[in-house]
Design a protein around this ligand. Sequence first.
Ligand SMILES: O=C(O)CCC(=O)C(=O)O
Length: 277
Amino acid sequence: MTLDKQDVQFYQQNGYWIAPTLFGEEELTLFREHMDRIIQGDYETKRPPWARNIDPGAPIDRLIKIDNSYWCDSVIAKLVLSPVIGEIAAQLAGVEGIRLWHDQMLYKPSQSGGAVNVGWHQDYHYWQCVTPPNLLTAWVAFDDITEEIGCMKVVPGSHEWGLLPEGDFFEQDLQSLQEKIVKASGKPFETAKCEMPAGAVSFHHCLTLHGSGTNTSGRPRRSIAIHLMPDGSRYRAGSPADGHMNVKLLSGQDGDAFLGPYFPILHRARQQANPFC
Ligand SMILES: O=C(O)CCC(=O)C(=O)O
């Protein structure tokens, strides 16, 4: 899928872009079913995810976040490693090859009373262990995404502000966090809503500020964030993100490239024989 020049320019200027619908109803039904199975702990591959914040069977009273859910299930793995997502990401990032950094399955219940907000943050805050900071996320909507359901909001252009000292995925008070960010950055904080139909995919740069609020829709908000890196991205040792799971999975030295089966290729402009190398 070749993007229009204007779409790539939009991403470069704003730090995000919403692709048209890439997945149809049949695929979405399958994604939702397999997401439910993973949430319930029914792992098709018998392999658990890297981490999950709610145990199978526990009440769903907050945002469920499951890291590397693609390890558990072949349908979710096919989605996460989707070549079309890789091809779009490569064009947006202006690189030849795209690898998986990791995935994050996200289930935001409606009016649960628990912590469902995602505080304003830049993903790179958590990913300082990788360089250069040219990673990006493909966020796949399994449901129609509106403001009412707690859509993601981005601060257009904030990917040009550098890494800010403030930002916290887990902070529930979006207003006070916004005030701290404005103080630290000295920039106006204007947001854009990532509203989109089920099956559409939004892309955001790893330095773009983003977050999301409560879900008052009466429906769950189901999605998967597929975090991606340019092929050739390298480990930067000694950063505050040295505890990241991928540093453990790489088990390497400063300057080593994130290669191998934990970081599979989604797209390469020139094909090589083994996609896992
Ligand atoms: O799902 C959300 O509201 C936020 C997701 C997020 O932080 C991300 O995909 O990087």
